[in-house]
Design a protein around this ligand. Structure first.
Ligand code: CA2
Length: 192
């Protein structure tokens, strides 16, 4: 990469051949001729207790571990040329910090907020503040479960919500965000 080349947040450059680039609040804007082969990344966040996947309640959450889901997401991401930063935390504040960091590092967010879906205005506000395309995922169909799981604060910040398809939900979310990134890049190219 040329020494003076700049890399947009959310992209790690393989080769940057944009003649001119501007970054606007973490958004990539191409203003010159573009034939780039950039690599973008997505943040996949998992909330409390999801580290226990595969150990208990397989009838609700399936038999796969979170490690299995991460491996599958990484593999599918590679097929799209998208890097995956896969994380889990049992702490609300840590999740909020990671969302803030994503603004300058990632092109989108997939989040299974776990039980924080139903309680956390802090996670909602963090997602609204970074304004990245976000997909909310739940392994189980939260609408078929207890009443308190039917509402998610996080959904308000999500472009889409996928629930009830088990770990496949993460892959569907990845496909949706890959399409989103592709169309955003095509628009940027058209405007260049
Ligand atoms: O269906 C989902 O993905 C949930 O986000 C999972 C959360 C739950 O609070 C949400 O209402 C729906 C709970 C994750 C707990 O995962 C465990 C996995 C194995 C054993 C125990 C808990």
């Amino acid at each position: 990469m040329p020494r003076n080349a700049r890399v947009a947040p959310g992209m790690s450059a393989v080769v940057s051949r944009y003649r001119e680039t501007n970054y606007n609040h973490g958004r990539y804007m191409a203003t010159g001729a573009c034939t780039n082969t950039m690599r973008e990344s997505l943040l996949i966040l998992n909330g409390p207790n999801l580290n226990l996947l595969g150990t208990r309640q397989p009838e609700v959450y399936g038999r796969e571990t979170l490690g299995d889901i991460e491996a599958h997401c990484t593999q599918v991401g590679q097929g799209f040329g998208i890097g995956i930063d896969f994380r889990q935390s049992n702490h609300e504040g840590e999740i909020v910090d990671w969302i803030h960091e994503a603004r300058t590092k990632h092109a989108g967010i997939i989040i299974n907020p776990g039980a924080y879906s139903h309680t956390s205005v802090a996670i909602l506000d963090a997602l609204l503040s970074v304004d990245l395309p976000t997909v909310e995922v739940h392994l189980s169909n939260i609408h078929q479960r207890e009443e308190f799981r039917h509402h998610s604060y996080v959904s308000r910040a999500a472009k889409g919500v996928i629930c009830g398809f088990g770990s496949l939900g993460y892959i569907l979310a990845l496909q949706a965000l890959a399409a989103e990134i592709k169309s955003r890049n095509q628009q940027a190219m058209a405007q260049a």
